[in-house]
Design a protein around this ligand. Structure first.
Ligand code: B12
Ligand code: SF4
Length: 472
């Protein structure tokens, strides 16, 4: 069996409100880790000839190269990883593939598959879509495909059966993520993943667990059961990456610190095995104290992105973020004292939020002396609890996602749910947030003092220009 995996083009994607960028810049590239897990598992479990075509690399390959591969390789099955943002380009890619390979089995996976799955399948050239954890489902699917025994009963898929859409039962999630082999990193040029935030080191993305146990109403994470990998398994993977030439690790879990015990085990294992590779992670403000941060720093932690979201406790409670905002000052100060770079993640435009509440959040970002901030206007994503709330408001364009899935158009902007603050004002506030934060004379001075050479200077200038040009 010939099998082709595709990481689709990241062009003319959906846009975040207030952001006119639709292309990846050189520091945004990241390998499709979820699909790489699936590739590894297939390699481990089956005898198949496998190729991989990656559109998301700095020198994007041409469509001609892609079509040549389709004609030469003639895959029996094609697997594509999809997030909703790239649906327009995936949709068009599927039509092109179908013209060249009318009878190939085309399978979609990835986070988009939770958003209007029936519509996604019905309106596209996908034959099957896989929801959630893909390894076991895909192998079962391929085995059935090989034997020609149909797809009935394969848990976790929706498929077309003589034009009819069939939805099978959901797959029971694997509780021990250690059973899956490491993501297949062969065939990737590690230098394409050099991140300025990680001192331009070739950075490997690693997950220490799967799922997220929290319930934030704005998040479309469907995998609420948290499963941890053992520290030994995680560090084995890190050492393997190190041997491949990676110089830095990004723990990309939504929250690295869902379990303090788990973080301690990983840090101790990193220290015990003398790994000495710098790493970065995302963390919540709860479940963290000085002692834990100190251990993380000792184990190589150099940067943490903290989901702060808002300065207003009431708002945080309403969206079920469930953190105590009073801890933010301590957590940022502790991190600073341990030389850990901090990134504050913020959202503005929560339901009922006022301009003065947004300004309090801006003040907070400055007071806590975050090294960087990232801010977004809230956009209710289909399927989230906040989307369900927004749907009840006739002023909100709740049909947007359905239209986009059924008839995708390039470069659309996700609608804002404007309640307290009019849309135009929210975009202006977003711009103001970035400008006030990044254009402070003190901040600029500190950044200039910390520039570490030509590459850093060039990138920071590019990033500053991007920041200024980001908003229309
Ligand atoms: C880490 C992360 C990132 C990292 C790394 C992404 C990467 N390259 O893998 C970074 C920061 C780079 C990133 C970027 C973006 N991300 Co992101 N990211 C995540 C996060 C936090 C974790 C993903 C994860 O757990 N992966 C672990 C692996 C094991 O799971 P997985 O990727 O889902 O893969 C499994 C299945 O989906 C399936 N599968 C995947 N592909 C395929 C393919 C086939 C053929 C099959 C059969 C199965 C299959 O099998 C995999 C293994 O079990 C999620 C939030 C979340 N909690 O899920 C958001 C999330 C996936 N990201 C999201 C978004 C929107 C983005 C961006 C578009 C944001 C932006 N501003 O540009 C970009 C897009 C990047 C891109 N190039 O396409 C959204 C997607 C929403 C959606 N409906 O599609 C999520 C769900 C966050 C959210 N709640 O909104 N992201
Ligand atoms: S926003 Fe973060 S903490 Fe909240 S549910 Fe989503 S992934 Fe979990």
């Amino acid at each position: 069996m010939r099998l082709l995996f595709i990481n689709p083009p990241f062009t003319h994607t959906l846009r975040f409100p207030g952001n006119n960028r639709t292309q990846l810049s050189e520091c945004d590239y990241s390998p499709p880790i979820g699909m790489m897990y699936v590739m590894s598992y297939v390699k481990q479990q089956m005898d198949a000839e496998i190729r991989f075509f990656n559109f998301q690399i700095p020198n994007t390959p041409s469509f001609q190269d892609f079509e040549d591969l389709l004609r030469d390789f003639q895959p029996d099955v094609i697997g594509i990883t999809v997030n909703t943002f790239v649906w327009w380009s995936v949709y068009n890619l599927l039509s092109e593939i179908r013209k060249i390979l009318p009878s190939a089995l085309i399978v979609g996976g990835g986070p988009h598959m939770w958003i209007l799955p029936e519509e996604t399948l019905k309106n596209s050239e996908f034959d099957v879509i896989v929801q959630g954890e893909g390894e076991k489902t895909f192998v079962e699917l391929l085995t059935r495909f090989q034997t020609g025994s149909g797809f009935e009963g394969i848990a976790g898929i929706l498929y077309k059966d003589n034009g009819e859409i069939k939805k099978n039962i959901p797959r029971i999630i694997e509780q021990n993520p250690d059973v899956f082999p490491f993501p297949d990193r062969t065939g990737f040029d590690i230098n394409q993943y050099r991140h300025p935030g990680n001192k331009f080191a070739a950075t490997a993305i690693i997950f220490t667990g799967r799922g997220c146990p929290h319930l934030c109403t704005f998040c479309n994470n469907k995998d609420r059961s948290y499963r941890m990998r053992t520290a030994t398994h995680v560090v084995d993977e890190i050492l393997k990456c190190k041997a491949m030439g990676y110089k830095s690790i990004d723990f990309a879990d939504s929250n690295f610190n869902n379990s303090i015990k788990h973080v301690k085990e990983i840090c101790k294992e990193l220290i015990r095995r003398n790994v000495k590779t710098p790493w970065t992670c995302n963390a919540r403000l709860d479940n963290i104290d000085y002692e834990l941060l100190a251990l993380m720093a000792e184990a190589g932690c150099e940067r943490i992105c903290f989901g702060v979201e808002s300065a207003n406790q009431e708002i945080l409670n309403r969206v079920k973020k469930n953190i105590d905002i009073n801890r933010v000052h301590d957590v940022f100060a502790w991190s600073r004292s341990l030389n850990i770079t901090t990134v504050g993640l913020f959202i503005i435009g929560f339901p009922g939020e006022t301009v003065s509440q947004v300004k309090t959040t801006m003040d907070l970002a400055i007071q806590i002396k975050a090294d960087y901030i990232i801010c977004q206007v809230l956009m209710p994503i289909y399927g989230t609890d906040i989307f369900k709330e927004a749907e009840t408001d006739s002023n909100f364009d709740s049909d947007f996602f359905r239209r986009f899935i059924c008839n995708p158009q390039p470069d659309l902007t996700i609608p804002i749910w404007s309640t307290g603050i009019p849309t135009g004002d929210l975009i202006r506030l977003l711009r103001l947030f970035y400008l006030i934060f990044y254009l402070r004379p003190n901040y600029i001075l500190r950044t200039l003092q910390r520039l570490s050479g030509y590459e850093d200077t060039k990138t920071k200038i590019k990033m500053a220009l991007r920041l200024l040009l980001k908003f229309k």
